[in-house]
Design a protein around this ligand. Structure first.
Ligand code: MN
Length: 240
């Protein structure tokens, strides 16, 4: 189980880069299947460059358990606080993906405009560091900020982080990746729909509920495609 998950986590990093969700910044983690009080996240490195040797283990307060000289991401507390607050969550993506940013600073709600983005019908949370912390550098630099973000996320699949980015969570790593990719897609499409100037008819609650039943929890088809899309230059992680 663990080797398959580590391979998926390396792939998730590269997929999210190739799908335009992360760039030099952003990160993706998975809860450790061997110990639910721990999670797996790469060291401080651009996601597209992550290999198996970059994956570190953390506890739910964001402490590295196997640093061996490796430096963690500044915002490791995003992941720690969300796993601590949400027992159902097994994957977390934090990104600055560009089409989502406008919805974090606007009063226009991000709502599902396409069936593949139906999960957004569960509600998109909003987090603003100004509310409790005033002026900051906007980074989630400690557990207190992480807990405030996790509190704002509540039981939603996605939270917008004003002036910064977003988080997407899932019951699996693959679901978190899927949601991160399709939240960005929905933001682009919704912006286009609003730009047309007429009134927009979003998916109804009934439609989003029905669509949710059809989603393959293993995301086999998109995962296969996204992995293939990494191209011939990509060397799959070795099997241990
Ligand atoms: Mn960030």
């Amino acid at each position: 189980v663990i080797e398959g998950l580590l391979e998926d986590l390396v792939l998730a990093n590269r997929i999210l880069f190739h799908q335009g969700v992360v760039d030099a910044y952003g990160h993706v983690s998975a809860r450790d299947p061997r110990d639910p009080e721990r999670f797996l996240l790469a060291r401080h490195v651009a996601p597209a460059l992550v290999t198996r040797d970059d994956i570190m283990t953390f506890d739910l307060e964001g402490r590295a358990l196997d640093a061996n000289g490796r430096t963690p991401y500044t915002e490791v507390f995003i992941h720690a606080a969300i796993y601590a607050a949400r027992a159902d969550v097994h994957g977390v993506v934090h990104s600055h993906s560009p089409a989502i940013i406008p919805f974090g600073v606007s009063d226009v709600l991000l709502r599902p405009v396409a069936h593949v983005c139906a999960f957004l019908g569960q509600g998109v949370a909003r987090f603003d560091t100004q509310d409790a912390f005033g002026d900051t550098d906007l980074l989630i630099r400690d557990l207190e900020l992480g807990r405030a973000l996790a509190h704002a996320l509540g039981d939603h699949p996605v939270a917008l982080m004003r002036g910064h980015g977003s988080v997407a969570v899932g019951v699996s790593l693959r679901q978190a990746v899927y949601r991160a990719i399709y939240t960005e897609v929905n933001a682009r499409l919704q912006t286009e729909a609003l730009r047309l100037g007429g009134s927009v008819r979003y998916l109804t609650p009934g439609e989003t509920a029905l669509m949710g039943r059809h989603q393959d929890p293993a995301y086999r088809r998109p995962w296969e495609l996204w992995t293939a899309g990494l191209g011939e230059g990509f060397v799959a992680p070795a099997q241990h």
